[in-house]
Design a protein around this ligand. Structure first.
Ligand SMILES: [Zn+2]
Length: 445
């Protein structure tokens, strides 16, 4: 190839993985004008004074997390679009979907557009808003789906709460079907789940606290699958957590219904017993909704990701302040963060080559999330935006919450020794994250 434009650079010697094209081989990739200009396998990549030697690194489409809470507007003491975007870039993410349980909720075109504008100003990560499915997420009056979709909403969810009323949920599905969008529900009947503090079982009994009953989640998935069969709406179950729920999704898929789902790393790595791992004092950083379930549920989640019944791995990144989380286990709010630990946790939970290798992991964390919500990205395609992650699959590191770029520290994984890390993130050809080891691989400028 010939001369390079000034804004062009090459990443060479990397293990290029593009699950959308079945690619997994060593090669080079040229970036020009913020886009992927060329990909090649020969040993003569374009000469570039700004070449990056990616020997030993994975070069993959930027990770996409379709379930995060950025807390803006309204709760920016926990996180905001800037701090959340920094955390996302550090975790290898080039796009996230933010959930609508903000204050106000993302239920009008104005608020949705505000989030999109603010994320563009920050410029560290693409942010696709998920709008509320009902006004104020109150579960009564469906929103204006077409107007919110035009404003940029990529899906609809009352995340944090289920849409309990059957008639309202049917109306929501019909509206979403008409708008050509996706329902992305938090599945929970509260009268059944009792919204306990710990999964219903030996640990809730030992602590003498209300048990979080899995039937609340499973019953709503069951009802919704019926409504999907009636309405034909695209349907993506948020943060699935139980073996029975997974079976319901598997059965819906067998029937050919437009149903997909996702799971969080904590539901792959932890179970209810971990709430008490520090002794008899329950850990508020093991408190979330849905809760850490039984060991059997955890194992079923892992198996279902590997089998493809669970389509995506997402964080449900839910920042809270230390004061909020330290208010005592019962009073502590639900949720943990995950953007800066998701990749390494997924590696630990899932990677099992050759049965489940890096291309499978990238599929669940980039290609499938893009496909499920119809987002750009998830591929290394010539002409597409150069949204790329460079991963060191061997780097061992210790999770140190005090070093997080997120404003929050509420993780159960502090102190864990893990393997695999995003060492560089490119957004539209611009570095949004580079760690020390990557700087050493480029000529000084
Ligand atoms: Zn959530």
């Amino acid at each position: 190839m010939g001369e390079m434009a000034p804004d062009e650079f090459v990443i060479h010697n990397g293990r290029l993985i593009d699950p959308s094209a079945g690619v997994d081989r060593v090669g080079w990739l040229a970036v020009r004008g913020g886009r992927i200009a060329a990909v090649g396998w020969d040993d003569s990549p374009p000469k570039s004074p700004r070449a990056i030697d990616a020997m030993g690194l994975i070069v993959a489409p930027g990770l996409i997390d379709i379930h995060v809470h950025l807390r803006e507007p309204g709760q920016t003491h926990k996180e905001d679009i800037a701090s959340g975007s920094r955390a996302a870039a550090a975790g290898g993410f080039t796009a996230v979907c933010c959930m609508p349980n903000t204050a106000p909720a993302l239920d009008t075109p104005e608020v949705v557009q505000h989030v999109i504008r603010r994320a563009a100003e920050v410029g560290l990560c693409r942010v696709h808003p998920v709008a509320a499915a009902t006004a104020g997420r109150a579960g009564r009056k469906p929103v204006d789906f077409a107007a919110l979709k035009s404003a940029g909403a990529v899906a609809f969810s009352d995340d944090g709460d289920g849409i309990e009323d059957d008639a309202v949920c049917r109306e929501v599905m019909l509206g979403i079907r008409a708008a050509g969008s996706v329902l992305f529900p938090h599945c929970e009947f509260k009268a059944l789940s009792r919204r306990g503090h710990v999964h219903l079982g030996p640990v809730s009994e030992r602590l003498g606290v209300v048990g979080y009953d899995p039937r609340g989640e499973e019953a709503m998935i069951e009802r919704d699958v019926q409504l999907v069969a009636e309405t034909g709406a695209r349907y993506h179950v948020a943060h699935i957590s139980t073996a029975r729920g997974i079976n319901l999704v598997a059965e819906a898929k067998r029937r050919g219904l437009p149903v997909t789902t996702e799971v969080c790393p904590h539901h792959l790595l932890l179970c209810d017993a971990d709430v008490l791992r520090a002794g008899d004092v329950p850990d508020p950083n093991c408190k979330m909704s849905p809760p850490l379930r039984s060991p059997e549920d955890r194992d079923a989640c892992r198996a279902a990701v590997r089998a493809g019944t669970i389509d995506c791995v997402v964080t449900d990144h839910a920042p809270h302040t230390a004061e909020e989380k330290n208010a005592g286990f019962i009073r502590a709010p639900m949720g943990i963060i995950g953007l800066e630990t998701s990749l390494a946790c997924a590696v630990r939970a899932l990677l099992d080559p050759p049965r489940f290798d890096w291309p499978d992991l990238i599929e669940r964390m980039s290609t499938a999330p893009a496909r499920v919500l119809g987002l750009p990205g998830g591929a290394l395609r010539c002409g597409a935006d150069a949204d790329i992650v460079l991963i060191d699959p061997h780097q061992e590191w210790v999770i140190q919450p005090e070093l997080f770029l997120s404003r929050a520290r509420n993780t159960p994984f502090g102190g864990w020794r893990v393997r695999g890390r995003a060492v560089g993130t490119l957004l539209g050809g611009r570095w949004t994250h580079q760690d020390e080891c990557l700087r050493g691989r480029q000529p000084a400028r």
